[in-house]
Design a protein around this ligand. Structure first.
Ligand SMILES: [Zn+2]
Length: 106
């Protein structure tokens, strides 16, 4: 049996979800980053991100996906991870989770 995973870790389904956005960036032009609103161009590293209210870690599905800058997406993921760790450490479950607090860029 062969895996659908590529060395990048993406699956065929994920590449299919990403493809229309990648085509838009190449053929039409920049899209605004979900996190910061600044343009993402085809030459930039970007991720297809989930909205804050439906991350995969909390059972979110793959609807409402949108491009995010590499850095913006990584920071949002770290913020979510930290938030979940604090909840678990406090003995609370993620179903009591509210949206992670916004980052403070100093
Ligand atoms: Zn961004």
């Amino acid at each position: 049996m062969t895996s659908a995973l590529r060395p990048t870790g993406s699956t065929r389904r994920w590449r299919q979800l990403r493809a229309p956005f990648a085509r838009h960036l190449t053929d039409v032009g920049p899209l605004p980053c979900r996190r910061c609103g600044e343009p993402i161009t085809a030459a930039m590293r970007w991720h297809l991100g989930h909205p804050d209210h439906a991350p995969r870690a909390l059972g979110g599905d793959d609807t409402d996906l949108w491009p995010e800058h590499d850095d913006c997406s990584t920071k949002a993921g770290a913020r979510l991870g930290n938030h979940l760790r604090r909840l678990y450490a406090a003995g609370r479950s993620p179903d009591t989770m509210t949206t992670p607090p916004p980052s403070r860029d100093w």
